[in-house]
Design a binder for this molecule. Sequence first.
Ligand SMILES: Cc1ncc(COP(=O)(O)O)c(C=O)c1O
Length: 394
Amino acid sequence: MSAPFHYDFDTWVPRLGSQSSKWAHLTSDLPLDFANNINLGIAEMDFVTSQEIVAAIQKRAAQGILGYTAGRDESYLQSIVSWMQRRYRVATAPEEILHCRGANLALDASVRAFTSPGDGVIIQPPVFQNFAGVTQRNGRKLLENHLIQDEDGNYRMNFTQLEELAALPEATMLILCNPSNPTGNLWSQADLQRLGEICQAHGITIVSDDVHQEILRQGSSFHALGALFPANDKIITIISLSKGFNMAGLQVCHMIIPNPEQREQMQKVIGRSSPSPLEMVATIAAYTQSDSWLEQVNQYIDGNVKLYQEFMASELPQLKALPPEATYLAWLNLQSLGLEPEQINPFLREKAHLQLNNGASYGAAGVGYVRINLATPRPVLQEALQRLAQAVGG
Ligand SMILES: Cc1ncc(COP(=O)(O)O)c(C=O)c1O
């Protein structure tokens, strides 16, 4: 057997002219000169995806005919079934899997398919901003079960309040983020068990957004709600290639919906959603041939998390930065700077030539925080942290 291909994640991949939303502002191919803002906001990595995915897409595109696909193709659906079983102990079947163009659409469609106007949807802020967005835009009632922080700033679930909200007559759905964006929480088996039991007792449908499940620290385990409650057919799982395989631009997303009636309801909402030929071959290559890439990218991100933790402890100890338990996203408390939410982005842009995600966009609980994307070549991360230290410290 040949040795696995070794990926070089240290080297910056030029992005000029690639219509990248994250790097459209660059004026040269290297983001390191001070005139260029370093963007560690948008949640995508600055790394190439697995060579197997790239080769599969190239091969399919080279055929030159990109016609309608057989979206229920067995090898394609089976690659998803096997991935979920092998990596996350989720037992599913091809007929339970529906394709959707992106996780944002899957979230929106879930709210429309499984709740009615006026129903309550529970979310756990600070959390991915579109959970609130899809709830409110569809005229559903937002039920906020705020995460609580211990004295060190670590987040945990508030089960007392969850019990109260779940018991409300209008409560119909809970949207879970596991692992959590932006706090980086990797929810424990015990937490998920408790959350699942509360929802089950009140007949609440859970939409588990697991799109960050592939990015984990070495030695830690991801627990899927669907694996813990195999008999509960009111748990919908959203998975995608966007985060774990760094292909957000292709918007490859799948929903696992065990209950046939709910599948039918979903089908009515999303209509005919067929995967494109490129999405299909990318899915198969990701889920059957890309383990080595995933392992290497996770190791590299672990190194960046360590660098972040050590840098922050030595250069900015007053900020008490916490490393993320999972994901490549770090959630940093800047409240000690005394800035208003609307002053944070201009401060970072002007003083540090940095773009980060403003915590206020994750709800009131995120005010004074920023989210930093650590999935970038180490020299870029080092430069970004130095700029932050100079701006905050100087
Ligand atoms: C938890 C979560 N869900 C959904 C999305 C949206 O994913 P996509 O762009 O693939 O639709 C994101 C993107 O950041 C996310 O973090």
